[in-house]
Design a protein around this ligand. Structure first.
Ligand code: FAD
Length: 500
């Protein structure tokens, strides 16, 4: 496979030309590179990544304890078996991704420290013109591509979201966001406040609690947690039987998918029963005297936000051991020494960790134009959460909120390769989706139904996201089982696709 198709020089500007340009070398981008190299070996492609190495989320986050909360049988790629315990550390995930890159000679396709600033579609040339900046020297680099594969993830890697609390500037200690954790931060022997409920707090806290003087978790409202061992019995049995790792991967993936689907169905049909089960998992560790109410009793139904998996209940064990106190309250103000809560309670700390979420990165924070007109994404309608009306030759990878992101990345990768082959067969350099006549009166809705899934980063970004429609084609399904059937069967000659 060629890395560079051609190089074009004019007025001292060198433009490299590729068939496909992938934005980002996280799990989605590296998976995309694998699929292109195996399914379209005669095409040229490049991956541009603004960070210094591959991994995306797993490269940029380095707070203590960082790990997946999905199992790696389903979070791993379908084409490379996962052979370790289900929940993995960032380091283990990076090692796995590194193996994918090495085993498939993908390194020469990836350019690091390339932050894409702008992407302009030209209908005259049927190409995207891309400008990137080298993050170390500021030098500009120019590329063209016939197809843009957006694997930019869903949040900004350079900064986390921190609410603007009163008097934060007066605080004399250190404020640290989990997303930009300084590697040299000394927390040992210190009093630490962690603000925010969520998977990040639940993984950070057990990793630091024993070494700190004390950790106080301050959360406005609780989320759901599920607990269990970091072991998959079926995988272990199959390994003992010396079954081929490829088979084990596929069998365990199917089992986990089925179990997840059953669980999700139960959350819809019997939410109270599921809620009690989840709360009982916590009660079993913390004992009957612990104030489960209000600290671990969310006021929403299970699955309206992601349920955080806590392997070996380590987060709850650190509470039980007395290293961690939980406070469910809102911050009124910062002081020089800590925080005052709405209840009037004060808490002092040497370090305040804000585990308060993300700022969504919509299309990689890239300035998009189509034939010199700025792209207003919120004016478009999404086609199955991956393409947008009026935006040619572009596919966006957005994974599942409730399941493993990589599932959808793999499914969409097959779709991109099929679409590119179809375009080639039709001799069409351009494809776009459009509302059909029968869709013209369709009710347009927010991109995701806030009643069904409503984390705050998504609610904050909703006005900037594409619309969805009341028909399945114009909706981003969060159902892997449905997608598995529907996406490979999409009729690429359907009326919703226009080729030129
Ligand atoms: C701490 C943490 C734990 C998580 N655990 C799980 C989990 O267990 N299961 C799960 O399903 N999901 C999990 N997620 C969600 C996670 O983000 C996704 O699983 C997955 O990593 C997304 O992969 P991605 O490749 O699409 O995006 P990312 O990992 O976000 O990678 C995108 C890459 O694109 C690059 N990029 C973006 N814009 C540009 C640009 N303009 N120019 C050049 N490069 C650009 C970024 O630098 C980045 O490296 C977790 C998220 C966090 C923060």
């Amino acid at each position: 496979m060629t890395t560079v198709a051609t190089e074009h020089k004019s007025d001292d500007i060198v433009t490299e030309e590729f068939d496909v340009l992938i934005v980002g070398a996280g799990v989605a981008g590296v998976g995309g590179a694998y699929h292109l190299s195996t399914q379209r070996p005669n095409g040229s492609f490049v991956v541009l990544e603004s960070q210094e190495s591959f991994g995306g989320t797993w490269w940029s986050h380095n707070y203590p304890g960082i790990r997946s909360d999905s199992d790696l049988h389903t979070y791993g790629y379908k084409f490379k078996p996962w052979t370790g315990p289900p929940i993995a550390t960032a380091e283990e995930i990076l090692k796995y991704m590194g193996e994918v890159i090495n085993e498939n000679d993908l390194a020469s396709h990836i350019r690091y420290k390339h932050r894409i600033e702008s992407a302009s579609w030209s209908s005259e040339k049927n190409k995207w013109f891309i400008q990137a900046e080298l993050t170390d020297t500021g030098e500009k680099k120019y590329f063209t591509a016939n197809f843009l594969w957006m694997c930019q993830g869903y949040y900004r890697h350079s900064e986390g979201y921190t609410p603007d609390w009163p008097e934060m500037d007066s605080y004399q200690g250190e404020i640290v966001h989990t997303e930009t954790w300084p590697k040299d931060l000394v927390y040992e022997g210190k009093k630490v406040i962690v603000i925010g409920s969520g998977a990040s707090s639940a993984t950070l806290i057990p990793a630091i609690a024993e070494k700190c003087e004390h950790v106080t978790l301050v959360q406005r409202s609780p989320i759901y947690y599920s607990t269990g061992r970091n072991r998959d019995d079926l995988a272990e049995t199959l390994r003992e039987l010396d079954v081929d790792p490829d088979w084990i991967h596929e069998i365990v993936r199917r089992k986990i998918l089925r179990d997840t689907a059953i669980f999700f169905k139960r959350t819809l049909e019997k939410p109270d029963e599921v809620r009690e089960e989840l709360l009982n998992g916590i009660r079993n560790v913390l004992g009957p005297d612990y104030e489960i109410e209000p600290h671990f009793t969310p006021d929403y139904k299970p699955w309206r936000q992601r349920v955080a998996y806590v392997p070996d209940a380590d987060f709850f064990e650190s509470i039980k051991a007395g290293y961690v106190s939980v406070v469910t309250d809102e911050i009124e103000t910062f002081t020089e020494t800590g925080v005052v809560l709405k209840s009037g309670e004060t808490h002092d700390a040497d370090i305040v960790v804000t585990a308060t979420g993300f700022n969504m990165n919509v299309l990689g924070d890239i300035d998009f134009t189509i034939d010199d007109e700025p792209l207003v994404l919120s004016d478009t309608v999404t086609y199955r959460g991956m393409m947008f009306t009026g935006v040619p030759n572009l596919l966006w990878v957005f994974g599942y909120f409730r399941g493993s992101w990589t599932y959808r990345a793999d499914l969409l990768a097959d779709f991109v390769c099929r679409l590119l082959t179809h375009m080639e067969a039709r001799g069409a350099p351009r494809v776009e989706v459009r509302l059909r006549d029968e869709d013209k009166d369709m009710e347009l809705l927010p991109w995701q139904d806030p009643e069904s899934f409503n984390p705050s980063y998504l609610l904050r970004a909703m006005p900037f996201l594409p619309k969805s429609g009341a028909k399945p084609e114009w909706h981003h399904s969060q159902d892997y089982w449905e997608d598995t059937q529907v996406i490979p069967a999409i009729d690429l000659d359907g009326d919703e696709f226009i080729y030129q």
